[in-house]
Design a protein around this ligand. Structure first.
Ligand code: FAD
Ligand code: NAD
Length: 482
């Protein structure tokens, strides 16, 4: 066991997508940066979340799509080649190794210290390495916290004793349980229900409320729930799990008691009830913050309540938008801010300025990779109502497009656009339907550039693509006004 100490301009705690980008961008701004990682470089996203889950979803959704294409249906009717699906997933997760990421880190001249990092007073981080050594890191400028999240477990008697699946088992397992119960109705729950039902499990989805995807437009959740039911998922609404037990020994099935008095028996139970900040054991108490909490930041990603503003937080841990692309956006902006502050340069914090986090507030894009896809960016009608914001709402049924008729027989999909009634600018868009995920960027550009309806009339979508939904939305808006 040995102790050592080093000094850098910037210390980044956690090498998920947000931390990696923060280290890279601060280095690019001329600062010296070190990153501390306890598991694998790439974080939850690369190994137990986005990447493996999408690798599992892709064959499932491709097959569902193929089954809707005349002339191809019979070919697609065969079963999924499950060992190959798992092998493909393993390849996408690089067999849970991070050598490529280590090479990348070297290529951008960021140092790496592997081990568990804890704050130890202002600008100090002590890393306990796997070899039992202790490395003290001192930051001349900034400590950036990007430690992400872990599964938030509901308080259910017996849960500790049944080895519940989290996102880790749900994305990395290579055996298909005969029966899988999923608790939750958010994105993880519906994506994983889509995967495991198609891989051969009988999935029961236990939803506390009366809809899934309850932060999105209501039609999105309705369409996804209907499609899950068609695929054979047993979707139960307004149920709470009151107790779980493997009654006949540790390898026996899980008996799940519900608030309705009913019960469900499953081989595994997946907890998909949200995320908790990964901050319980990072030394927050040594800098006057409460361990286990989210790190609230200002609009320059400085953690609130820290004297001298030496601490930043990006990615999931600041609780702004729990998605990889948004964490990376935050890291790019925070990196530029930290660089500018280190050089005493003025910040451009105007709306959409180089040092502003405007997109966090107005234009967070998301794709839910189910069948159908759900994509949305910006404002929803519920959010507009909650904040008292006046909006014009335009809906369109995607089944009526030449592009969707070409895409699939019996295409089902919906679009909604929210407009500022005064300025005629796009404030929010939701598309639900097979193959709409690649449309999301067009909607994001419309929201972030504050495109007006007049301008959008000149953005001509190709015929016959699903992008013609933009034209139909504009026509519906025009016809309403006339
Ligand atoms: C099943 C699932 C699917 C998802 N799919 C998508 C998707 O398709 N698209 C999308 O945009 N988002 C998706 N997400 C969300 C996405 O995974 C997160 O938003 C993203 O991983 C957050 O990145 P991050 O860098 O903030 O944190 P993380 O990826 O959680 O990385 C944090 C890193 O910090 C390390 N760390 C923590 N504490 C310490 C410490 N004390 N010392 C050293 N290292 C430490 C951890 O080991 C980890 O590597 C999904 C999430 C789940 C659960
Ligand atoms: N494709 C993507 O972009 C993608 C995919 C997966 C996850 N993610 C992100 O990861 C994060 C985590 O996803 P998630 O689905 O775990 O969380 P979530 O917050 O999206 O959904 C949690 C769900 O669990 C329910 N819930 C909460 N507590 C409960 C309890 N005690 N009992 C029963 N139900 C309960 C909530 O009502 C909600 O339906 C999200 O922010 C999501 O955006 C993104």
């Amino acid at each position: 066991m040995s102790d050592s100490s080093r000094t850098y301009d910037v210390i980044v705690l956690g090498a998920g997508p947000a931390g990696e980008n923060l280290a890279d961008r601060t280095r690019a701004a001329g600062l010296t940066s070190v990153i501390v990682e306890n598991e694998l470089l790439g974080g939850e996203c690369s190994f137990w979340a986005c990447e493996p889950s999408k690798a599992l979803l892709r064959p499932v959704v491709a097959r569902a799509d193929a089954l809707r294409v005349p002339g191809f249906r019979r070919t697609a009717e065969g079963p999924l080649d499950i060992p190959t699906v798992f092998a493909h997933r393993d390849k996408i997760a690089v067999n849970w190794t991070d050598d490529d990421q280590v090479d990348w880190l070297k290529s951008v001249s960021v140092d790496l210290v592997r081990g568990h990092g804890r704050l130890d007073g202002p600008r100090q981080v002590v890393v306990e390495t796997r070899e039992g050594d202790s490395v003290r890191l001192t930051a001349r400028q900034v400590v950036g916290v990007a430690t992400g999240t872990v599964t938030a477990f509901p308080d259910v008697p017996g849960l500790d004793s049944v080895r519940p699946w989290t996102n880790r088992e749900a994305t990395a397992a290579s055996e298909v349980p005969d029966r899988l119960a999923i608790v939750g109705g958010g994105v993880v729950a519906v994506e994983m229900a889509t995967v495991w039902q198609a891989l051969g499990s009988q999935v029961t989805l236990l939803v506390r409320g009366n809809e899934v995807l309850n932060r999105m437009e209501p039609f999105a959740g309705k369409m996804v729930a209907a499609s899950l039911e068609e695929a054979g998922v047993d979707v139960r609404f307004e149920v709470t799990v009151t107790e779980v037990a493997r009654r006949d020994g540790p390898d026996s099935p899980v008996h799940i008691t519900l608030s309705t008095g009913d019960s469900v028996t499953a081989d595994e139970i997946l907890i998909a009830t949200g995320r908790a900040p990964h901050t319980a054991d990072i030394g927050l108490e040594t800098v006057g913050l409460t361990p286990g909490g989210w790190l609230e930041v200002d609009d320059t990603y400085r953690v609130k309540g820290i004297e001298d503003g030496w601490m930043y937080a990006v990615g999931d841990v600041n609780h702004r938008a729990l998605m990889t692309h948004q964490g990376k956006y935050q890291a790019r902006i925070a990196g530029a801010i930290i660089g500018a502050r280190a050089q005493d340069e003025p910040l451009d914090t105007e709306k959409w300025g180089a040092h502003s986090s405007t997109a966090d507030h107005t234009a967070v894009p998301q794709v839910v990779f189910t069948d159908p896809d759900v994509t949305c960016v910006g404002l929803t009608t519920a959010r507009a109502e909650a904040t008292g914001r006046q909006v014009d709402v335009v809906d369109f049924d995607l089944a009526h497009l030449a592009g969707s008729v070409q895409y699939a027989e019996g295409y089902r999909g919906k679009a909604r656009m929210l407009l500022d009634p005064e300025r005629g600018t796009v404030l929010g868009v939701t598309f639900v339907g097979p193959g709409v995920q690649e449309l999301l960027y067009s909607a994001t550009v419309a929201v972030t550039t504050e495109a007006t309806v007049e301008q959008l009339w000149h953005a001509v979508p190709a015929f016959p693509t699903i992008s013609e939904v933009w034209l139909r939305l504009l026509e519906a808006y025009r016809d309403r006004a006339e």
